[in-house]
Design a protein around this ligand. Structure first.
Ligand code: NI
Length: 172
């Protein structure tokens, strides 16, 4: 990872919380809680996931920067969503936590030197080492991929709400 790539990743990571916040501004409970299928996440669950994964990233980058031979604890994101009650989370709180933890993590990452980017920890699920540079790349893209998911969910909710209204009009 070059200095320029590092800067680009950190910039993308910094913009994400505001983009997510503005994507969900004004959505009511029905829109936030709508799921395209029982086994798919709602926007509310995506927001809680973003908030929680930022805690995970925060711990993992701290391990890589500071620990001698770090090993990352695996997580199952579906188990976290279910057992940690993502469907009952507060959207506003999730967005605020995502923003606060992301900015705190970036404060640390902005002080990273090029020599630290190759520091790594063992990832038991991937069965290989993952470097600090890779975690920074993941942080840069994670929010964007879930933002696209949020936009798809908004569109899906809008289409089914419109379809319902259409059907009511027909039967009237
Ligand atoms: Ni994710």
């Amino acid at each position: 990872m070059t200095e320029h790539e590092l800067r680009t990743c950190l910039d993308a990571a910094e913009k994400s919380p505001e983009m997510v916040a503005s994507a969900v501004t004004g959505l009511d409970e029905a829109a936030l809680g709508w799921k395209p299928a029982p086994d798919k996440w709602s926007i509310l669950e995506v927001l809680a996931h973003l908030a929680d994964v930022e805690i995970v990233y925060g711990y993992r980058v701290r391990q890589v920067i500071a620990d001698k031979e770090p090993v990352f604890a695996p997580i199952d994101q579906e188990d976290w969503a279910r057992h940690l009650h993502y469907d009952e989370a507060s959207a506003a709180e999730s967005v605020a936590l995502y923003r606060a933890n992301r900015l705190a993590n970036l404060r640390l990452l902005k002080r990273v030197t090029p020599g630290q980017l190759d520091r790594a920890g063992f990832h038991p699920e991937l069965k290989r080492k993952v470097t600090l540079a890779e975690w920074i790349e993941r942080m840069a893209s994670h929010g964007a991929s879930h933002l696209a998911q949020i936009e798809r969910l908004k569109q899906g909710y809008g289409e089914q709400a419109g379809g319902r209204k259409g059907r009511r009009a027909e039967s009237a």
